[in-house]
Design a protein around this ligand. Structure first.
Ligand code: ATR
Length: 287
């Protein structure tokens, strides 16, 4: 795509940022829709984050995505954090408003929920169902915010470090309870939805040690890990006949809102996009 003096500029700020798939993802949409715009990776060290964020309006950026390790800290440097992002305690998308002020949003919970909805029949609903969530990091907070918004009747959160699960349960309120990591095998009997938000099962990490025997055959299993795409958890769940949804779609769907706000076009998550991003993921794994 030829750039011009009017090209709309956005990007992703992280440290490191070389492995981010977002430039590939947004680059696909920019080209597909013929938009005069660019999306660039920006590696910014934590000590420079405040200066760089403050410079965005001066450089006429439309906005940026924020990734590890800046998602929490960046909240100090924007003018307004919207209620969803405040509730989750992290910002992954910044919009430079017309008056130059900065709005921080979080689109991860939207991405998580949309990914499931896109992969299940329209009649399927979260309402009144119960979830078991493994892990209590930033990703778990986004997942929980999304599930509560969808009116699930209960959420059980298990984490190796139980304190963190308890803090999250207290923050999100009465639909939630924290329990012991050691109970993870048996507690699956209560799950209509099982979500892994830990790093376990990711390439280079240990396996998730989880017996699925107690899980109902109809329960949905999803993993936010997407490398490998078919994690050992998803593989085991699929083999016993449970519906499964992989984690790549969460990355694709969380990107929709930023793209629309920066470039003025609501993009579509298509199979072609998914394949293009997957090729990038394969190349990245081989590097
Ligand atoms: P993110 O913000 O992306 O969710 P994170 O904050 O690093 O990532 O969270 C990683 C999650 O994986 C945590 O819930 C972590 O458990 P702890 O809070 O006890 O650290 C979990 N995790 C990492 N290694 C683990 C292991 N070997 N066994 C169980 N849980 C593990």
């Amino acid at each position: 795509m030829m750039l011009t003096g009017k090209s709309l500029i956005a990007g992703v700020i992280g440290c490191p940022v070389t492995h981010s798939l977002s430039p590939r993802l947004h680059g696909f949409w920019l080209q597909y829709y013929g938009i005069d715009g660019i999306y660039i990776p920006l590696e910014v060290a934590p000590e420079h984050l405040g200066h760089i964020i403050a410079a965005l309006p001066k450089m006429h950026f439309r906005g940026v995505n924020i990734t590890v390790p800046h998602k929490e800290n960046v909240m100090h440097y924007v003018d307004y954090v919207d209620p969803v992002a405040r509730h989750i305690g992290a910002v992954n998308t910044i919009i430079v408003e017309k008056d130059g002020s900065l709005t921080g949003k979080n689109t991860d919970s939207y991405g998580f929920i949309q990914n499931i909805k896109a992969n299940l029949p329209p009649s399927w609903s979260f309402e009144g169902k119960k979830a078991v969530i493994l892990g209590a990091g930033g990703a778990a907070r986004a997942v929980i915010a999304g599930l509560i918004e969808e009116k699930m009747s209960g959420i059980i959160l298990l984490n190796r470090t139980k304190d963190k699960a308890e803090q999250i349960a207290e923050h999100f309120g009465h639909t939630m309870q924290a329990d012991d990591w050691d109970k993870r095998h048996d507690i699956l009997a209560e799950a209509d939805i099982l979500v892994n938000t830990t790093v376990l099962g990711m390439e280079g990490q240990s396996m998730l040690d989880l017996r699925l025997d107690a899980l109902k055959p109809t329960s949905l299993v999803t993993d936010i890990v997407y490398k490998p795409l078919m994690t050992p958890l998803l593989d085991a769940a699929k083999k016993r006949g449970n519906p499964v949804v992989d984690g790549l779609g969460m990355l694709l769907f969380q990107a929709e809102k930023g793209f629309e706000l920066w470039y003025g076009k609501k993009p579509e998550v298509t199979e072609a996009l998914r394949q293009f991003v997957l090729e990038g993921l394969d190349k990245r794994i081989k590097e």
